[in-house]
Design a protein around this ligand. Structure first.
Ligand SMILES: [Zn+2]
Ligand SMILES: [Zn+2]
Length: 268
């Protein structure tokens, strides 16, 4: 069984890299893609455990990008061929950008009179700390009634606590992955705002060469739609559960069946 989309606690999962490998192995996964947000640390650390368990790891990453002003996640695979130092340096820059935004966000929220620290937010969000974690704190401390109000009044782009974060444009992130010799796959397209079939020509123009047709959020109809688009545009197909551990308890290894032969096409 293969699963090409999972997260360790180096981004927003709850399992350590070794625990993730153990969980996957127990469920019968033989080839596992680790796709942490903006970091290869989980993959790097999982290598010894995977070797011991006889489980093959696929090196992956998940990047947050902007597509027509909205968030779109992009998966990168097989980033081991050339120019990888340059790609890893760029990825480290993305992490630094995220952290810098959080530092500025804490200052802004403190200016607005809230007792909020970066440590509190990072305890919740770890390597993926962002606005949802600050929203949780504002709710828990009784500053707002709920998460919606936290965003509406303070955290949304038009709200008074908003602090800008520079995210790469979709096309730039695709180009970075392709230049590093990797496969760039549109992650969980069902979550991307906009009409995916209508966006396809533009996405392919940018160099996108795969689409995640199999994902825990997809209905069988969604999967059929994305498989059809993949075949129409000559894209490769990726798939994975998007396992996050205890934080998303209904997503387990083995809960999503991904055809094993995808990997041969990806490697070809
Ligand atoms: Zn994602
Ligand atoms: Zn993910």
């Amino acid at each position: 069984m293969i699963d090409l989309h999972s997260h360790t606690n180096e981004s927003d999962g709850t399992c350590s890299p070794a625990q993730l490998v153990a969980e996957a192995h127990r469920a019968g996964v033989t080839i596992l893609g680790i796709t942490d947000h903006d970091t290869f640390k989980g993959y790097d650390q999982a290598l010894p455990a995977a070797a011991e368990a006889g489980l093959e790891l696929v090196c992956g990453i998940e990047l947050s990008t902007k597509l027509h002003g909205h968030s779109a996640h992009l998966l990168g695979y097989f980033l081991g061929h050339r120019n990888l130092d340059e790609f890893r340096t760029w990825v480290t820059g993305q992490q630094a950008e995220r952290r810098d935004r959080n530092v500025r966000l804490v200052v802004r929220l403190q200016e607005l009179g809230f007792d909020v620290t970066l440590a509190e937010a990072e305890a919740r969000g770890r390597g993926m700390t962002g606005r949802p974690h600050f929203a949780q704190i504002l709710v828990e401390k009784g500053y707002v009634a709920n998460l919606r109000q936290a965003f509406d009044d303070y955290l949304d782009e038009s709200a008074k606590g908003y602090v800008f974060r520079r995210e790469p444009q979709f096309a730039e992130a695709v180009a970075r992955i392709r230049a590093a010799g990797g496969i760039a796959s549109l992650a969980h397209p069902v979550r991307v705002k906009g009409d995916i079939p209508a966006l396809m020509p533009e996405l392919c123009q940018s160099g996108l060469n795969a689409i995640e047709a199999y994902h825990s959020d997809h209905t069988p109809q969604d999967t059929q739609l994305y498989l059809g688009l993949a075949s129409h545009y000559g894209l490769r197909v990726t798939g994975g559960s998007d396992y996050h551990g205890a934080i998303k308890p209904n997503v387990t290894f083995g809960s999503l069946r991904v055809p094993d032969d995808l990997l041969d096409q990806l490697r070809a």
